[in-house]
Design a protein around this ligand. Structure first.
Ligand SMILES: Cc1ncc(COP(=O)(O)O)c(C=O)c1O
Length: 393
């Protein structure tokens, strides 16, 4: 690494997060690790840490992502969550990939092919998200018949996706009801894998009796979905309001606090590249947008919006102390520091002093967006038990 701006991925922590979830929620048979978008930008090689921790199925968005995983693991089953272009079915089958079937027309195309291999499929049910999936009982029945009559199609799973957390809305309950209504007179117990929940719905609701799988994304990457309902007046007021709403709308019980000990494994660092003293009244950065209020010191850090870091991040931390970002540009930010700061000091963009959650909140986004925002220009250092590996995408 020449330019000292990097993301540190703690693979041991990802393994620990997975172990913790599997240990505390042992009543599932299938723990899907959702590793789309390069494992939420953690780097696809982390799949093996997740598998060591207990994930026994993976889920991705595209065939490209699925095939990329095969470079790291040849055996783990992989579900592509979007219907793939059937022109590339051979590639999918050669790599033992499970397909999502989301509508009857698509299934009919597949059914008409002279398949030289058995195709493993999961039916996607649209219980209210209106993104992908079967919407009517009639279509689902027809799909089940087509599959049962074609020996080359194997119905391994059935699944749906929740649009909301269901913490303070009735939509989660409505989706569960819709799913069950669509499944009436279908023997779910005969389908090997039934999976509905994602991280937040999983930790905030009792296990649905008819599922045996769960798709975990953000929880694996360190977010337990707990709400701080007891601390602070604002939180207590919010919780009172929520309780009234829940009662009025007969929303099923939710679990707002859990004892899942998860930690993020994605930290970002840079270094002090240049230092200057700047006099009161001088301007800093493009558009002369920051005017020094008094004599002081400005550190220039080699990280900018091309890396996903902007002035809106608010602060960086140097030796555990916060310093405000006063200007940004494509490749550099400027930080107001003090005279203790030295050339080549390590700079935390987020990590132990400034958390992912804090930065995400300040940006008005969630952790998914923040991980995604850190560009692949930034070198990744993967830390495992035995080694540190530098990866440039
Ligand atoms: C279909 C599907 N299942 C599961 C997940 C995982 O969600 P989460 O990261 O909230 O656990 C996603 C993520 O977007 C998804 O699209």
């Amino acid at each position: 690494m020449y330019r000292k701006t990097y993301v540190e991925i703690d693979e041991e922590q990802l393994k620990k997060n997975t172990e913790e979830i599997v240990h505390k929620y042992p009543d599932y048979k299938y723990y899907f690790g959702v590793v789309k978008n390069n494992a939420y930008h953690h780097g696809i090689r982390v799949v093996n840490s997740l598998i060591e921790g207990g994930v026994n199925y993976l889920a991705v968005s595209s065939l490209e992502e699925a095939i990329e995983i095969r470079r790291y693991n040849c055996t783990i089953p992989i579900l592509v969550l979007e219907p793939i272009d059937l022109d590339f079915l051979d590639d999918a089958m050669n790599n033992h990939i499970t397909l999502t079937i989301d509508n009857l027309k698509y299934l009919s195309f597949l059914n008409e092919l002279k398949l030289p291999y058995q195709v493993n499929i999961h039916l996607k049910i649209d219980s209210g998200m209106n993104r992908l999936g079967f919407k009517t009982h009639k279509d689902i029945k027809t799909a089940m018949r087509i599959i049962s009559e074609n020996k080359m199609l194997y119905l391994e799973g059935i699944y749906s996706h929740f649009a909301t957390s269901g913490i303070q809305d009735e939509y989660y309950d409505r989706q569960v009801d819709t799913f069950l209504e669509l499944m009436k007179d279908i023997h779910l117990e005969d389908i090997p894998i039934v999976h509905l929940d994602r991280s937040l719905t999983f930790v905030t609701h009792e296990k649905l009796s008819f599922v045996n799988g769960v798709r975990l994304g953000i929880a694996l990457y360190g977010f337990n979905g707990s709400r701080n309902i007891k601390n602070g007046l604002k939180n207590r007021l919010r919780e009172m309001k929520r309780k009234i709403y829940v009662k009025r709308h007969h929303i099923s019980p939710t679990i707002l606090e859990n004892n899942l000990h998860l930690q993020t494994a994605f930290k970002m660092y840079s270094t002090v590249m240049s230092l200057r003293s700047v006099k009161k009244g001088e301007f800093v950065g493009y558009n002369a947008s920051y005017k020094m209020k008094e004599d002081g010191y400005v550190a220039t850090i080699p990280v900018g919006y091309a890396d996903g870091v902007t002035k809106n991040f608010g602060y960086v931390a140097i030796r555990n102390k916060r310093y405000p970002i006063i200007s940004d540009s494509m490749d550099m930010i400027m930080v107001l520091v003090d005279k203790t700061i030295k050339y080549k000091d390590k700079v935390e963009i987020f990590g132990d002093t400034i958390s992912v959650r804090e930065v995400a909140n300040r940006l008005g986004v969630n952790a998914y967006h923040l991980f995604n925002q850190i560009s692949t220009r930034v070198v990744r250092i993967h830390k495992t038990k035995d080694e540190e590996l530098e990866i440039k995408y």
